[in-house]
Design a protein around this ligand. Sequence first.
Ligand SMILES: [Mg+2]
Length: 331
Amino acid sequence: MQMTTQVQPDDIVFVINPNSGHALNPRALNALCHAACDQAGRTAHVVTTRTPQDATETARRAHDSGAAAIFGCGGDGTLSSILQGLPVGSPTALGAVPLGTANVWAYETNLPMTPMAAIASQLAALDGDRGSPLWIDTGKVWSTRPDGSIASQRFLLMASWGLDAAAVNGIAASNRRSRIKRMLGEPAYFLSAVQEAVGQKAWSIAYSLDGAEPQTVDVGLMTIGNTRMLGTWLEVNPNATVVDGELDLLMFRGAPWRALALSPFARHGWLPHGPGVSNHRFRRLEMSPIGEAPPMQIDGEIGPSTAYAIDIEAQALKVLCPVPTSEVLGG
Ligand SMILES: [Mg+2]
């Protein structure tokens, strides 16, 4: 995964995840990245990675070299791996070439879905020709490692506890469900959620928002959104924005099947709020499970079962937004 030439300030780095949902031939994608940068008068460096850690390390080096942007060629998991290598406030912008299963970030930001157009539009935003770079919030999940030390992980889109995470876990743990994911794409998560909801009781947790008195609830699903969407189907936080310095919590009380039954209402942001469904804005959430810890996901990947807090990092990440933000992320 070595970069063949030294990255210079203002260069563009591309991370290709060859295992992403709609991976192109890496050689063809490499040529395409170079062609798009040539057109924009930029120098491209393309790295094909084997593991998420490779992507994180590449991002760290891109930042150290002063790269103008680093593009993840893959899905939201690839973007997440890159995000872990960028320090808060890094001048290196995050870009996306949507080639994953769901591509939620690309959906949220109205990116063109073809690689060449996606790169060209974000490079135009980088130069301020059309759209502009935008500083957005990121979330940070705190957890404990088995040895008791503290770990943290940043997120771009969303973290959640409960049914949605159980569906992600279920796909990772089952060859059959993984095959279905490769065949069907995003609907595989819904099918996995149906299987996980059968007979599953609510998880009891104690949580506190911004230092307030802890509350105890039984939940089937708790989403913590930086952005609006859970996948590209469910608009669970229609009023969330990535520039307000707060995260949006949505809680479905009761057993997971209740969350599943209500999920179609979130298709266009029509979720009825009431005693069973509530939302809150916060800067820091602390939580501790009472009994069995609910499963967790972070940006679509399995998260730590020992997570105990989530913070907002306000305006911590530079992204490339080809469309004015008010039209896409509520900014
Ligand atoms: Mg927000």
